[in-house]
Write a protein that binds this ligand. Structure first.
Ligand SMILES: [Zn+2]
Ligand SMILES: [Zn+2]
Length: 859
C-alpha cells in the first residue's frame, strides 16, 4: 500500500495519529465489495501528504455494525481534517429497471455515520456524516463528487505529451489533473471545531449505513477552509545566485525549483523581456528576450499557503502578496479587469479578423478568455488557433512570442496598468504595436488598422499553398487574420496516420459565396502525396474523388510494406485530369522524381517554403534548383507556402501573390488560373510588380533572331520587412541591382537580349537586427529569340542525372509493386528522360550515356 505525497507539507497542520480497530490489509475480510477489495492495495498508508496536509495512516478505524471509540492525544485545534472513505452502495432497481427514489449511485445525502468529538472536559460534539457531503466512496461514478470533501490527491498540472516521459497525448492537452486518488479514493473533509479552545481527546464513531473507513486525521489551524484555494495569481521568482530556470520535475512530478503546500504551481517559465520603451516602434512578430535567472510562475493557493524553494527556504504566499513583498518573489498584478478588444479596419469601420498578442509589465502573455494560455508548438499535438513564434521554454527552444487569431472582437482579463498590444493582418496592412493603460473604468480597447498597400485593389490575391492539420474553419480564420485569401489545406498520410481526410470532399471551397462565405477568404482541401525518396507533390483544388494512396514506398512517409505503385508524375496527371493545380512543395526536397515531372510538363508551380522561420527568406538552394529548369525552357511558376504542421508556423509566413485576369472576379478557380499562367511572386513581406515590355510575369515574348532591348519596369513596396535592394535576375545571374528605401521603390531598366532568356525580379531586405535575406522573388518572363533554343547543356545534364537516379531507386531498393505497375512507372521515367535527352542531341550537345538510356533487361 502506497504512501501518498502530493507536494510539500504545510507547518500549519500536524498528523493526529490514532490506533484503529483493523490494519488496512484486513479490511478485505470485513465483507466489503469485490471492487473495493481489489482496490485496497492502492489505499494510502504510512506517512502521507495530501493537499499539503500531513497524515499518518496506521491501523484504520473501520466501522460497519458496531460503534468504535478511538483515543487521541489531547489536542487543541481549529480544524480537524478527516481522511476517510466508504464502499460503493448498491442501487436497487424497480422491476421496470428504474431507480426510485433516485439519489444516484453516490446516495446523495444518505446518513453514513456519526462522528462524536470527545473533549477533555467531558463534553461532546456530534457530527452527522452524510454521503456526497463529508464522505464519498472509494470510487465514484463520473460526475458524482463530494460537496464538502475532496479526493485525497490535489489538482496538479501535467506536461504536454512531447514534454513527458510517458506520453498520453489527448489527455495531456488539458494540462491539468483534477483532484483524484487513482483506483482508491480517500476523501478529505475539513471540520471546523466550534470549540477550538478545548482539547480533543477522542472520537467515537457510530455506523449508520455501510462501512466507513477512517484512515487518518490531521489537526491544525487555518484562517479559512483549508481545502479551498483562491483564484490564480502570478509572481516572479528571482533564482538563487548561479541558478537558472530548469523545467525539470522531481520524482513526484512536481517542478523542482518551486513548490506550494496548500496550493499548486500551475506553470513556470523563464521571464520574457519585451522592449517596453519604444514598443510602438518595434516590429511585428519580434521575439522577446528571455531572462533565465528569473521565473514567472502562475499558482492557485490557500491564503495561508507557503512556497517551498529547492534550497529548503519557505516564503508565505501572504508575504508575497502583502505590502512588503519578498525580494525573491515579487507579485505580478492579477489580471482581473474584463475588457472587450475590437480590431477595426479604419476605412470601413468594420471589425476584422486579426492576429493578436497582448502582454503586461512582467512580459506575461495575456490570452483571450477562450484561447490557450500555454501554447503547444509540438508537431500534431494541438491544432489550436494560435501562433507560437519560436519554441516554448521547454527543451532547447526559447523566448517564444505568443499570438492568437481572433475574428475581430474578443474578451480578455487584463491587469491594471500598462498593457502591450500587437495586432497585424498580413502584408498590405501596417502592423500595430500599442501601449494601453488599463484602469478601473476600462471596458473596451479598440485597435485601428490601416491598409497602406493596394495590391488587392490592383487584382492581386494571396495564398498559402501548403497547410496541414487545421480544421477548414480554423484555417479560414487564420487565413483571414493573416490576410491570406486562399489557404490550401492538404490532407495526407504519415505512416499509419491519415490527416484531414474527412475534410476532403472534392467540391467544397470554404468561405466561397456558394458555401455561405464572403468570398474574400477561401479554404480548399487538397492532398499532399508523398514518397520519401521520389519526392512530395501537392495536388490542389481538384474535384471528385481523393487521389489515393496518398503515400507509397514505405517509411517515413507511408506505412511499412507499402509498394511504390504510382509516381509523382502520374499523381500530377491525375490531378490535372480532375481540374486541379500541381505544386512541388518545399522545393527541391526530396530531390528526385520531380525532375521527370517538370520535364513531362506535369507541374504548374514550385513552392518556396517557410515553415516557422520568418527570417531566413527564400532559400538560394531552392532558387538554384528552380533556375536549372528555367534555363532549359521549362516555365514553372514560383509560389509560397508554409507547410504549417504546428502552432510554430503562421499561415502565410511565406505566401504566394497571384494576379487575377483583368475583370475576373476572385474565385478559387480564378486563383488556380493565375498560378497556371505563372503570374505570381513569392514573398516574406515586400510586394512587387514587374513587366517586360508591358508583359506580366509568366509571359513568353517572341523576338526575331537579331534580338533586341526590352524594357523592364518594376515597382516595390513593403509595410512589414524593410527592403534594401531590388535586383534583376537574367538566366540565373544578377544583371541589375539597385538600393531602395525600406518602404517603396520603382524604376525601369532597358535590358539587351541577344539570346533566349528569362528575367525575374528579386527583392532583398531585412529587419535591422537580422541578416539580409531574399524577401521576395517573381516568376519569370521568358524572351524567346528565334533560332536560340532555351537549353543550358550543363543544367540539362544535371536534370537527366536526377531522372537516372530516380530510375535506379525504382530498380533497386524501392519496394517493388506488381509487375504491370512497375513497368508502367519505368516507362513514365524513361520517356521523360528521352524527351530532354533527345532535345540535347538535336541541338548537338553530347554527353556520356548512362544505363538509364541503354534499355537494360528487367524481369
Ligand atoms: Zn512534404
Ligand atoms: Zn506538407
Amino acid at each position: 500500500m502506497p504512501s501518498v505525497w502530493d507536494g510539500p507539507s504545510s507547518d500549519l497542520f500536524t498528523p493526529l495519529p490514532f490506533r484503529g480497530n483493523v490494519a488496512l490489509s484486513q479490511v478485505a475480510g470485513m465483507g466489503i465489495s469485490a471492487g473495493m477489495a481489489a482496490a485496497l492495495e492502492h489505499a494510502p498508508s504510512g506517512a502521507c501528504v495530501c493537499w499539503g496536509i500531513p497524515f499518518e495512516v496506521g491501523k484504520v478505524a473501520a466501522i460497519q455494525h458496531e460503534p468504535l471509540s478511538v483515543d487521541l492525544h489531547p489536542t487543541v485545534a481549529q480544524w480537524l481534517v478527516f481522511m476517510h472513505t466508504s464502499d460503493r452502495r448498491q442501487v436497487a432497481s424497480t422491476p421496470d429497471g428504474f431507480i426510485s427514489p433516485m439519489r444516484g449511485e453516490g446516495q446523495l445525502g444518505e446518513h453514513a455515520a456519526d462522528y462524536i468529538i470527545l473533549y477533555q472536559d467531558g463534553t461532546r460534539h456530534r457530527i452527522s456524516i452524510r454521503r456526497r457531503y463529508q464522505l464519498g466512496a472509494y470510487q465514484r461514478r463520473w460526475g458524482e463528487n463530494c460537496f464538502e470533501a475532496v479526493a485525497h490527491r490535489k489538482p496538479r498540472p501535467q506536461r504536454a505529451a512531447h514534454e513527458q516521459l510517458a506520453p498520453n497525448w489527448g489527455n495531456t492537452l488539458t494540462r491539468v489533473n483534477a483532484a483524484d486518488g487513482g483506483p482508491w479514493v480517500n476523501w478529505l473533509w475539513a471540520w471546523q471545531n466550534p470549540h477550538p479552545e478545548k482539547a480533543i481527546v477522542g472520537i467515537r464513531l457510530e455506523p449508520v449505513s455501510g462501512i466507513v473507513i477512517l484512515s487518518a486525521i490531521a489537526a491544525g489551524r487555518a484562517s479559512d477552509q483549508p481545502l479551498r484555494w483562491r483564484t490564480r495569481r502570478k509572481a516572479c521568482l528571482t533564482l538563487p545566485e548561479g541558478e537558472t530556470f530548469r523545467p525539470d520535475l522531481d520524482e513526484r512530478g512536481l517542478l523542482q525549483q518551486i513548490q506550494l503546500d496548500l496550493g499548486q504551481i500551475i506553470s513556470a517559465l523563464p521571464r520574457l523581456r519585451y522592449p517596453h520603451d519604444g514598443w510602438p516602434e518595434t516590429y511585428n512578430n519580434q521575439r522577446p528576450e528571455q531572462i533565465d535567472t528569473e521565473m514567472l510562475i502562475e499558482y492557485a493557493a490557500h491564503p495561508d499557503a507557503s512556497f517551498h524553494l529547492a534550497n529548503g527556504q519557505t516564503i508565505p504566499v501572504a508575504q508575497v502578496e502583502g505590502a512588503q513583498s519578498s525580494p525573491l518573489l515579487q507579485p505580478v498584478h492579477p489580471a482581473t479587469r474584463r475588457v472587450t478588444l475590437r480590431a477595426i479596419e479604419r476605412h470601413s469601420g468594420q471589425c476584422v479578423p486579426v492576429k493578436l498578442h497582448v502582454h503586461a509589465e512582467w512580459g506575461e502573455y495575456l490570452a483571450p478568455v477562450d484561447r490557450h494560455r500555454i501554447l503547444n508548438p509540438a508537431w500534431f499535438e494541438d491544432y489550436s488557433v494560435d501562433f507560437c513564434h519560436g519554441g516554448t521554454w521547454y527543451g532547447d527552444a526559447h523566448n517564444p512570442h505568443y499570438c492568437t487569431y481572433i475574428s475581430g472582437m474578443t474578451t480578455l482579463d487584463l491587469p491594471l496598468g500598462s498593457v502591450y498590444v500587437e495586432v497585424s493582418k498580413g502584408f498590405e496592412i501596417r502592423p500595430v504595436r500599442r501601449v494601453i493603460e488599463v484602469t478601473e473604468s476600462t471596458d473596451e480597447i479598440v485597435v485601428e488598422l490601416e491598409k497602406v498597400l493596394p495590391w488587392r485593389e490592383k487584382g492581386w490575391v494571396t495564398a498559402d499553398t501548403h497547410v496541414h492539420f487545421l480544421s477548414p474553419m480554423t484555417a479560414l480564420l487564420e487565413g483571414s487574420a493573416e490576410g491570406v485569401n486562399v489557404v490550401n489545406l492538404l490532407a495526407s498520410q504519415w505512416g499509419e496516420l491519415m490527416t484531414n481526410v474527412g475534410d476532403f470532399d472534392g467540391q467544397t471551397t470554404w468561405g466561397a459565396r456558394e458555401a455561405g462565405g464572403s468570398g474574400e477568404y477561401l479554404v480548399r482541401v487538397g492532398t499532399e502525396n508523398r514518397e520519401h525518396v521520389l519526392g512530395h507533390i501537392s495536388l490542389l483544388g481538384y474535384s471528385g474523388r481523393i487521389i489515393a494512396p496518398m503515400t507509397t514506398g514505405g517509411p517515413d512517409e507511408s506505412a511499412i510494406g507499402d509498394p511504390i505503385e504510382i509516381l509523382l508524375t502520374e499523381w500530377a496527371r491525375q490531378c490535372k485530369k480532375q481540374g486541379g493545380l500541381v505544386v512541388l512543395p518545399h522545393f527541391p526536397q526530396p530531390r528526385a522524381e520531380h525532375a521527370a515531372s517538370i520535364v513531362s510538363e506535369a507541374v504548374d508551380a514550385l513552392e518556396m517554403t517557410a515553415w516557422g522561420n520568418l527570417y531566413d527568406g527564400i532559400d538560394p538552394y531552392s532558387l538554384s534548383d528552380w533556375y536549372r529548369y528555367l534555363n532549359c525552357g521549362y516555365l514553372v511558376a514560383a509560389v509560397g507556402g508554409t507547410d504549417k504542421m504546428s502552432a510554430n508556423t503562421a499561415v502565410g509566413t511565406a505566401r504566394t501573390y497571384a494576379h487575377l485576369a483583368p475583370d475576373e472576379p476572385f474565385t478559387y478557380g480564378a486563383w488556380m488560373d493565375a498560378v497556371r499562367r505563372a503570374e505570381t511572386f513569392v514573398t516574406y513581406g515586400p510586394l512587387l510588380d514587374v513587366t517586360v515590355d508591358g508583359h506580366p510575369m509568366g509571359s513568353r515574348i517572341e523576338m526575331s533572331a537579331s534580338g533586341g532591348t526590352v524594357d523592364v519596369t518594376w515597382q516595390v513596396a513593403s509595410a512589414t520587412v524593410p527592403m534594401s535592394r531590388v535586383e534583376l535576375v537574367v538566366n540565373g545571374e544578377i544583371r541589375e541591382s539597385v538600393a531602395v528605401s525600406p518602404e517603396a521603390g520603382s524604376g525601369h531598366w532597358p535590358v539587351k537580349v541577344n539570346k533566349s532568356s528569362w528575367l525575374a525580379l528579386l527583392v532583398r531586405g531585412h529587419y535591422a537586427d537580422k541578416p539580409e535575406i531574399i524577401a521576395a522573388h517573381s516568376s519569370p518572363v521568358m524572351v524567346l529569340v528565334e533560332g536560340s533554343p532555351m537549353l543550358a547543356a550543363a543544367d540539362a545534364v544535371t536534370i537527366l542525372e536526377q531522372i537516372e537516379g530516380t530510375l535506379a531507386y525504382l530498380d533497386s531498393v524501392g519496394t517493388r509493386a506488381e509487375d504491370v505497375a512497375y513497368k508502367r512507372m519505368r516507362l513514365v521515367l524513361t520517356s521523360a528522360h528521352r524527351s530532354l535527352h533527345n532535345r540535347m542531341h538535336q541541338l548537338g550537345h553530347f554527353h556520356a550515356h548512362t544505363p538509364a538510356t541503354d534499355h537494360p533487361e528487367h524481369h
